[in-house]
Design a protein around this ligand. Structure first.
Ligand code: NAD
Ligand code: UDP
Length: 326
């Protein structure tokens, strides 16, 4: 099959491309390199079945493909809040363009949506039939409302134009190749612990997240794409941790002496998040297999080697953009 991966030079996209090419598919990676990087797909650049196109999904493009994994969108709050209007454009116009392409060439289309569509959830754990609790005018809205519109567009193209679609609601995912300055919690804590810097907990650390290792997530995405169910389907690891527990786990693994520093909680930061994965289990026969300790170990190994390489240039860990600055 010829498969298009938008956002393929990013964290999840590049792991997905590894799997698709290893399985013998032809892959076109489309990326504007905002948060992605060529080095993530470097190993495939000379491969005869791989093509890399620098392109912004907010502009239309014509390609002949059988499947489209639509992942293009910055995922870390620090990056999607850098240019919020661009984030909305990417989610709305980008998704519109890719759905238009899917319609024209009759490709199957998978949207990488997010647990953020549940906002600050009043239902716990979150099931796919929960409509969410989202602030339409907050600093996270460019991303979570953007993804909600992307889901709406996907289902409208399905109902109106018969486009064959899949919607994955991805929960917090981590692993090798996250950018050192990505700004998300796992990469921040890992970089800080390795550099003997204080681990920056936002708020009191009692908020929860559920962390899925990237190989599990990619497996879920491929099962959803190649299965019979449209979705939406939650893909995430149901093991729930407070942010303080995560900090302590990373301290213990890297640097038990690393201090913890409490910073202000960003505006609209969800208090808790945990997927109900009954649908993924029954529809796709999928559930995560990599426990946090093992996933963190692999992530640490990757960061250790990268931070070692850039030892001279100190890695800057970005701070969250809080409401106070706006
Ligand atoms: P990432 O930032 O590493 O990757 C996003 C990729 O999209 C990057 O390569 C970036 O350069 C590219 N991109 C951004 N805007 C673009 C545009 N306008 N045109 C073309 N390319 C563009 O993030 P990720 O963690 O790999 O996330 C991939 C997808 O999964 C995103 O859609 C994200 O919303 C979704 N998701 C991720 C998580 C997570 O925890 N990682 C959770 C929920 C949803
Ligand atoms: N967080 C933190 N310290 C950091 C980065 C993030 O305490 O250095 C917190 C953040 O406030 C949130 C959680 O960790 O409560 C997860 O943040 P992340 O940006 O990884 O993902 P999201 O909020 O989108 O789930």
């Amino acid at each position: 099959m010829r498969i298009l991966v938008t956002g393929g030079a990013g964290f999840i996209g590049s792991h997905l491309i590894d799997r698709l090419l290893s399985a013998g598919n032809e892959v076109i990676c489309l990326d504007n390199f905002f948060t992605g990087h060529k080095r993530n797909v470097l190993q495939w650049l000379d491969h005869p079945y791989f093509e890399l196109i620098r392109h912004d999904v907010t502009e239309p493009i014509r390609l002949e493909v059988d499947q489209i994994y639509h992942l293009a969108c910055p995922a870390s709050p620090v990056h999607y809040q850098y240019n919020p209007v661009k984030t909305i454009k990417t989610n709305v116009m980008g998704t519109l363009n890719m759905l238009g392409l899917a319609k024209r060439v009759k490709a199957r289309f998978l949207l990488a949506s997010t647990s953020e569509v549940y906002g600050d959830p009043e239902v716990h754990p979150q099931r796919e039939d929960y409509w969410g609790n989202v602030n339409p005018i907050g600093i996270r809205s460019c991303y979570d409302e953007g993804k909600r519109v992307a889901e709406t567009l996907t289902f409208d193209y399905h109902r109106q134009n018969n486009v064959d679609v899949r919607v994955a609601r991805i929960f917090n995912t981590y692993g090798p190749r996250m950018q050192e300055n990505d700004g998300r919690v796992v990469s921040n804590f890992v970089v800080q612990a390795l550099q003997n810097l204080p681990l920056t907990i936002y708020g009191d650390g009692s908020q929860t997240r559920s962390f899925c290792y990237v190989s599990d997530l990619v497996d879920g995405l491929m099962r959803l794409m190649n299965g019979q169910h449209t979705g939406p389907v939650n893909l995430g690891n149901p093991d729930e941790y407070t942010i303080l527990e995560l900090a302590e786990a990373i301290q213990n693994m890297v640097n038990p002496g690393a201090p913890i520093q409490l910073n202000p909680l960003p505006e609209d930061d969800p208090r808790r998040r945990k997927p109900d994965i009954t649908r993924a289990q029954t529809w796709l026969g999928w559930q995560p297999t990599v426990p946090l300790q093992e996933g963190l170990r692999q992530t640490l190994e990757d960061f250790r080697s990268r931070i070692g390489i850039h030892a001279e240039s100190e890695v800057q860990v970005p701070v969250a953009i809080t409401g106070e600055h706006h």
